[in-house]
Design a protein around this ligand. Structure first.
Ligand SMILES: Nc1ncnc2c1ncn2[C@@H]1O[C@H](COP(=O)(O)OP(=O)(O)O)[C@@H](O)[C@H]1O
Ligand SMILES: O=C(O)[C@@H](O)C(=O)COP(=O)(O)O
Length: 425
């Protein structure tokens, strides 16, 4: 029936989050890591295609080039409309890729207006009067203010977006959204007539996202977190645009060994690492030691662990520790050292027989998944909202992997993820 929705995600945890939420509808969702080498004509296409990129913290021109290449692939696949997925905490660097990428995609698609809606009520992200909240805290007062690569120091989405785009930025607030899809559409049309092409849309609950999806479903491009895309498949199903049901892939039979690799320093990941330490053999990576001596010590530690035990390697650290490291190495170098080390350890673990991987952190997940040479993932059961198990091939081996966004999951996530997988296989 063709590709109804083509999605591009700016990081890998974001892509599994989006694919997992879209797959809740029961339609077939295909998740590809990076722009595929294979032409779309030669691929088995699904009604919903998701391409994962690692471009959240790249320089703007590289992020734009990569997302446009992904768009080009999706256009050749015949996608009828598109979705640009970024973080529910609107993570962007000072230079900011969210707006420039949206503008480039709009130009390519001839779209005169798009919406921005990172709300994800199930995970506590809501938008009111254009301000993003994490739980009860404004974004800039939440732990996201201390993110190692994308510290968020403003909660107002219009103020964050305005310097990132050339077009005018506006808002449709919750009072309008609460009046339903027709009222929202009318307000978007009014803003379009005033020349406003970038519209932040408030949403505090799933019902708001339903209204937004109904009102904006015919836009050539929508942008946001995963949750605003979640109602779209049901709309397509209702209208007969997609009929193909997903054949949920059975979890692979994989060996018992498991590894958690954590490069996220979010408050939730810090709690999750602390909760898992008593249950696994553990190695803490120190970025300063990595800069001085490389990853060899960690590799030797890993090689000495029996393949069939649970282990964790983490660089996860408190904000003051991260700040100390960054003062010495710079944020980008510290991040790159940790990512490269965790990527190498993932490959070592796989080569040593480990087949179950739990990765914490978006950038971290991108680095690990790329190093493992994973090009596509089957989306399995969600462990927590936005965090599914996935099944994929790496170096000719079948592995199970879950990519956990820094902020997602509850404290017991790592043990819970492994227990769920064990119960499935
Ligand atoms: N101890 C540390 N010091 C400095 N940077 C770190 C440290 N530990 C991890 N990092 C880096 O912080 C970044 C965390 O980003 P990411 O993996 O996307 O996590 P999240 O999902 O929480 O955003 C990564 O680039 C990682 O390499
Ligand atoms: O929307 C979200 O919050 C996630 O899907 C996401 O993008 C995760 O990014 P990280 O927090 O960097 O893992």
């Amino acid at each position: 029936m063709g590709v109804e929705l083509g999605c591009v995600a700016d990081d890998f945890t974001g892509a599994t989050d989006l694919a997992g939420l879209l797959a809740r509808s029961g339609v077939r969702v295909s998740l590809r890591m990076g722009v595929p080498d294979t032409a779309p004509e030669a691929c088995d296409l699904a009604g919903i295609e998701v391409i994962a990129l690692k471009c959240r913290t790249e320089p703007v021109d590289e992020a734009v080039a990569e997302t446009c290449a992904a768009l080009d692939w999706l256009k050749r696949a015949g996608a009828r409309r598109y979705f640009w997925k970024y973080c529910s905490t609107f993570d962007s660097t000072a230079d900011g890729n969210i707006g420039p990428v949206a503008e480039a995609l709009m130009a390519d698609l001839g779209a005169s207006q798009t919406i921005y809606c990172p709300a994800f009520p199930e995970n506590g992200r809501s938008i009111f009067m254009g301000n993003l909240f994490v739980g009860e805290l404004p974004l800039a007062e939440s732990p996201m203010k201390d993110h190692p690569l994308t510290p968020m120091r403003d909660s107002n989405l219009m103020r964050l977006l305005t310097p990132q785009v050339t077009g005018a930025v506006g808002l449709v607030n919750r009072l309008t959204v609460a009046r339903g899809a027709e009222a929202l559409k009318a307000r978007l049309d009014m803003l379009a007539a005033e020349g406003v092409s970038h519209v932040v849309v408030d949403a505090v609950a799933d019902a708001d996202l339903q209204v937004i999806a109904e009102a904006c479903r015919d836009m050539p491009l929508m942008t946001g977190g995963s949750a605003v895309a979640m109602p779209l498949p049901a709309i397509y199903l209702r209208e007969g645009l997609i009929t193909e049901a997903a054949k949920r892939a059975a979890p692979p039979q994989v060996g018992p060994g498991a590894i958690v690799l954590s490069g996220s320093c979010s408050a939730m990941t810090r709690a999750q690492v602390a909760a898992f330490l008593p249950q696994a053999a553990a190695f803490k990576l120190d970025p300063l030691a990595l800069a001085a001596d490389g990853v060899q010590l960690a590799r030797e530690w890993l090689a000495a662990q029996p393949a069939d035990t649970a282990k964790i390697v983490f660089a996860t650290a408190e904000p003051d520790e991260v700040a100390r490291v960054q003062a010495e190495l710079g944020g980008a170098r510290a991040g790159a050292l940790v990512e490269a080390a965790l990527a190498q350890l993932a490959v070592d673990a796989r080569d040593g027989g480990t087949r179950r991987f739990v990765i914490a952190g978006g950038e971290t997940s991108g680095a690990v998944t790329k190093a493992l040479g994973v090009t596509a993932m089957e989306v399995g059961e969600e462990i927590a909202p936005g965090v599914p198990w996935t099944w994929c091939m790496s170096g000719g081996r079948q592995i199970a992997m879950t990519l956990k966004s820094g902020n997602f999951g509850s404290e017991g996530f790592f043990a819970e993820a492994l227990a769920r997988l064990k119960a499935m296989t």
